[in-house]
Ligand binder design. Structure first.
Ligand code: NAP
Ligand code: MG
Length: 507
């Protein structure tokens, strides 16, 4: 049975009882909420903990505290902010195993995935600290233009103010840290709204930041169902930016109520893998299975459909079958050797099942898997999937290797681009010119050659086009998104220090 065993270091975050009851962090204090909601572990379908549900009063106090505290973080020397991060990083290293195990219990992900996620968050911290030193400005001499010839300007970068981060269940620690850190390093205060399904491991990280001395009010954590708490946060005019990672449907809703504040949207996708006729089929098969099944397919950058040209189709499918056992599927709490656990809930498994059944009804062939027990959805191989099937077009977010036959490269590109999404994709070919043609033509924010998409610490910028969102996520890119450029103009003409424009130069 899933159980949380937290060391006394984390005692202030929750009240003890039959189940730990987690609080929210408002104005520097862990605060009990009037209402709570159950957190069900997908490993056994049983209650693991209770999570605070913030009400309007809690949310308003958090927003006010965050707004009031902007001057605190702005007045802190950047080097002091880094010192705090370094301390937090050390503490995270000390507690990372405990945090990873809590993440396994709440999310059902394999221990290796949970460890990978925490390590990526720590590495992201290290890289973000380096990149935050690049928050600098520009000096612009004005005499390149006739109307500013006697002026100069400094373009400086300032914090935006209060940043709201809303993060999804699939990487609850990493995506939350990837919003919180750059925001703080850039001198903003932050309110985080982690996912209801699995917020605990991230809140443990927050406790570390609080304990190492992050100034009161610079970081707040609100929990509770997004549909209840989200609107109050995203529509508030005291919040200056929303950094959202989640589904396209929720992203559209947020965009509709956010008003004029800055919004960064990292949304859903339907990642294409193109297997062209000159691909290394063994490499492609191994990578396509990895990209489809890793984290039980619950990745925005998952390979969600494989477009295979007909000349290599049968050979490629044979190879896919050989790799279907690459992941060890089971309960991650029973063995650390498990590499693929259940999906996030039984409801999610039912949804995936519906998509697979719909495809089979429309003519697809099921070559492996296709069954589920509660939230445990088997690694599944579905081939000959017609374009009319829902799974050919909608985000799967489950462990289904979905194969579609196409005529040639042009056909593959046509199918790939005829999608409302444009987040991630990959191309398998050994030919440079074919690779270049396909990579340039794909309407996708990211394209990887000869490997499954994998974005780790986001050292390379990441983000979508079309209904997959806008804005670029990445170590320095996110810091950039969370600052605003201010132009300071100096008129030198009163003291005749500028260069007056004469039209033509006269000696
Ligand atoms: P989701 O249902 O959209 O939820 C994401 C977050 O938004 C959760 O914290 C959720 O809270 C909150 N939320 C829900 N309604 C809200 C509202 N009205 N206002 C404000 N916040 C609200 O997504 P998910 O199911 O957790 O995650 C899977 C999705 O995320 C997939 O579509 C995946 O592709 C996408 N994703 C994208 C990226 C990327 O970088 N592009 C990365 C990872 C995941 P509750 O949990 O309380 O409902
Ligand atoms: Mg959801």
């Amino acid at each position: 049975m899933a159980k949380l065993e937290l060391s006394p270091y984390f005692d202030e975050m929750y009240t003890k009882g039959d189940f730990p009851k987690f609080k929210i962090l408002v104005d520097g204090k862990w605060t009990a909420t009037k209402k709570t909601q159950d957190l069900i572990s997908s490993t056994d379908g049983k209650k693991l903990a209770e999570i605070g549900v913030a009400d309007a009063g809690d949310i308003n106090r958090a927003i006010e505290s965050a707004e009031k505290s902007t001057s605190k973080i702005r007045s802190m020397a950047a080097i002091d902010r880094i010192e705090l991060m370094l301390k937090a990083m050390e503490e995270l290293e000390t507690h990372k195993d405990e945090i990873a195990r809590a993440l396994v219990a709440e999310s059902g992900k394999a221990l290796s995935s949970a460890r990978g996620e925490i390590n990526a968050a720590i590495e992201r911290m290290r890289l973000s600290m380096e990149d935050s030193k690049k928050i600098v400005g520009e000096y612009l001499p004005g005499d390149w233009a006739s109307d500013t010839s006697e002026k100069i300007a400094l373009v400086i970068r300032e914090p935006i103010g209060v940043v709201l981060g809303v993060s999804p269940f699939n990487y609850p620690v990493y995506t939350s840290i990837a919003k919180m850190l750059p925001a703080l390093l850039a001198g903003n205060t932050v309110i985080l709204k982690p996912p209801s399904a699995d917020p605990i491991a991230f809140m443990m990280c927050v406790e570390i930041f609080r304990k190492v001395g992050l100034p009161t009010g610079t970081l707040q954590v609100i929990t509770g169902s997004g549909s209840e708490t989200g609107d109050l946060l995203t529509s508030s005019n005291k919040i200056n930016m929303v950094s959202f990672t989640g589904s396209t449907a929720v992203g559209k809703h947020i965009a509709s109520i956010a008003g004029l504040k800055k919004v960064h949207m990292e949304l859903g996708g339907k990642g294409n893998a193109l297997v062209l006729d000159d691909a290394d089929l063994e490499l492609a098969a191994k990578q396509c299975v990895k990209g489809s099944l890793e984290l039980a397919g619950q990745r925005c950058d998952a390979i969600s459909r494989i477009l295979v040209v007909e000349g290599v189709y049968d050979k490629f499918v044979t190879k896919l079958k050989e790799h279907m056992s690459d992941f060890k599927f089971g309960n991650p709490l029973e063995s650390d050797a498990i590499t693929m656990g259940p999906v996030i809930s039984e409801k999610a498994a039912d949804r995936i099942d519906g998509m697979v059944k719909d495809a089979v009804t429309k003519g697809a062939k099921l070559l492996a898997g296709g069954k589920h027990n509660a939230a445990y959805y088997e690694p599944t191989l579905l081939v000959d999937v017609p374009l009319s099937a829902e799974i050919a077009n909608e985000e799967t977010f489950g462990p289904v290797v979905t194969v579609i036959k196409v005529k040639d490269t042009d056909d593959a590109l046509k199918v790939a681009n005829d999608s409302k999404y444009g987040l991630d994709s990959c191309v398998f070919t050994e030919n440079f010119y074919n690779a270049w043609e396909a990579m340039k033509a794909l309407q996708s924010g990211n394209v990887t050659l000869n490997a499954a998409p994998s974005h780790g610490t986001a050292y390379f910028p990441f983000g979508g086009v079309k209904e997959s969102g806008y804005g670029k996520e990445g170590v320095g890119y996110t810091i950039d998104e969370m600052t605003v450029r201010k132009t300071l103009i100096f008129d030198l003409s009163p003291k005749h220090l500028g260069k007056s424009y004469m039209g033509t130069f006269k000696d």
